[in-house]
Design a protein around this ligand. Structure first.
Ligand code: COA
Length: 162
């Protein structure tokens, strides 16, 4: 299994993966809207041979630090539980840091995302429509979130999901 940047030719396969993972079309629509709006910063696919088996996207946020929002992450149901999602998240975080981003926010299951260093207490001082027990943050640069507070906003395409 390899993880690489998404290219235009992957888009139909990426949609198939997202719809299969979430069992609906909302998240694939979100990805289309983020692309249309030019808010995608990182979009990676996990490939096994020619088959796209996973996808992750990180989009630009408005925040007091240079921050990206991680969403969605999707793995083909018959490939879940074998490390594909972990590899996508780790590679996404590595790329984000390499590109000079300071923090990543995510809305998700704390039990899962805590293993990648995301913490609810890092996010709770930031105001967001998504604030709550599932809203987490992870510094990419040590101390980037220390003493910071204020509004954190996802890209406009997320408004449809609020
Ligand atoms: C969440 C998801 C991306 C994880 O991908 P994956 O390839 O199955 O994950 P990995 O194999 O790297 O990790 C599997 C581990 O994550 C755990 N896990 C998966 N989903 C979880 C969840 N929602 N809550 C808690 N733990 C979860 C599994 O129990 C497993 O734990 P273990 O390592 O202790 O056995 C994948 O299950 C998926 O596409 N789910 C549907 C879409 C979704 O909910 N995306 C996340 C929100 S954006």
């Amino acid at each position: 299994m390899d993880v690489r940047e998404e290219v235009a030719a992957d888009r139909d396969a990426v949609r198939t993966v997202i719809e299969a993972a979430f069992g609906g079309t909302a998240e694939a629509g979100l990805v289309d809207a983020l692309r249309r709006d030019g808010d995608v910063e990182i979009s990676l696919v996990a490939v096994d041979g020619d088959a796209v088996v996973g996808h992750i996207l990180l989009s630009r946020m408005t925040a007091p630090v240079r921050a990206l929002g991680l969403a969605p992450v999707s793995v083909m149901p018959n490939r879940q539980g074998r490390g594909v999602g972990s590899r996508l998240i780790e590679d996404g975080l590595t790329q984000a840091k390499a590109r000079g981003w300071e923090a990543v926010f995510v809305l998700g299951e704390p039990d899962y995302y805590s293993r990648f260093g995301f913490r609810t207490d890092s996010a709770e001082v930031f105001a967001s429509p998504f604030a709550g027990p599932y809203f987490m943050a992870r510094e990419l640069v040590d101390g980037a979130l220390e003493g910071r507070h204020g509004d954190v906003g996802y890209a406009p395409a997320f408004d449809a999901l609020e």
